[in-house]
Design a protein around this ligand. Sequence first.
Ligand SMILES: Nc1ncnc2c1ncn2[C@@H]1O[C@H](COP(=O)(O)OP(=O)(O)O)[C@@H](O)[C@H]1O
Ligand SMILES: [Mg+2]
Length: 359
Amino acid sequence: MTQQIELSGVNKYYGAYHALKNIDLSIRKGAFVALVGPSGCGKSTLLRSLAGLEGISSGDLVIAGERMNDVPPRKRDLAMVFQSYALYPHMTVEQNLTYSLKIKGVKKAEAKKAAQEVAAITGLSDLLHRYPRELSGGQRQRVAMSRAIIRHPKAFLFDEPLSNLDAALRVHMRKEIRALHDRLGATSVYVTHDQVEAMTMADHVVVMRSGIIEQQGKPLDLYDRPANRFVAGFIGSPAMNFIPARSSTDGKSLLLDLAGPRSVALQHPMVPDRDVLVGLRPEHLALAAPDAPGFDIPVAAIESTGAMTYVTTATSPEIVVVLNGRSQLNSDRMIRLTFDQQNIHVFDASTEQRIDLTV
Ligand SMILES: Nc1ncnc2c1ncn2[C@@H]1O[C@H](COP(=O)(O)OP(=O)(O)O)[C@@H](O)[C@H]1O
Ligand SMILES: [Mg+2]
């Protein structure tokens, strides 16, 4: 498969600060890749390094088969779409779109035609004569996208383009950007701190922390098999619950520390005598019938959104359980919790790396 963008062993220092640490990343032509992670983890630095707005300190950057380390931004043929739109306020939508073509010396009539073609794709045909101040947030975002599209770049680079929009519009624009990507057959690299945005938009999600790629893969593979505690806690909402535990000397059971010791017989044995963290997603816990096996646990709070009920336990660590629909929890504020062993995650307590149960 063709790799459109390839980074190998990329490091970036700001003075003594090591912002990108040995990054290896392959982006296939036509892919929609999301870079996700907490604020300050190096997402924008990585994107800006691709664009050439930052020089890299070591390693190799190849775009469409060509080494780009020392190639200036304008010759990399990539288009960046920002959160702040960066539209020219004194120019109409059409002028905003054709500006880059004008600079390149494209004839006026040809540029106008290109603007009309792109506007038809992005739904701006009726707005070409307007000024940015006469547009809604979503429409401005579309102009910013259109301005990128008109250049036929090798890839689109997005840096948190939806952060300025309200929640409803953000959800709408997510779909719109993804549909546009598919229609254009584009290659897109999309930076966001929002894991839901990354999971819903991308084919390939790259989870970063402190300048390192912690894990990358298909969205649901990250959800099903997080490689370590960080990824496990970052992907999924509400976040995964973690319970300290110790495996027995024969590896056939786990002793959970949850408001007292609670033993679980394992269907698949694991490494014996090890301090671990057991990860349980809120949606993988359930209420057991009073006479069925389970753990009796005190409840701190019950919240309902109508479609879902969120139960928070009065334990340390606290456990969050998501139930579908409304709950008929009784008023004694104790619940009996159960979970399916197919859905438990186990991490080494000190390295925080995943431990597989079926070995
Ligand atoms: N020009 C710069 N000079 C020095 N440090 C910087 C510069 N740009 C970013 N950094 C630092 O590099 C780290 C990563 O920043 P950034 O890539 O912007 O993170 P993100 O986009 O993931 O929030 C942060 O700790 C930030 O303070
Ligand atoms: Mg950033």
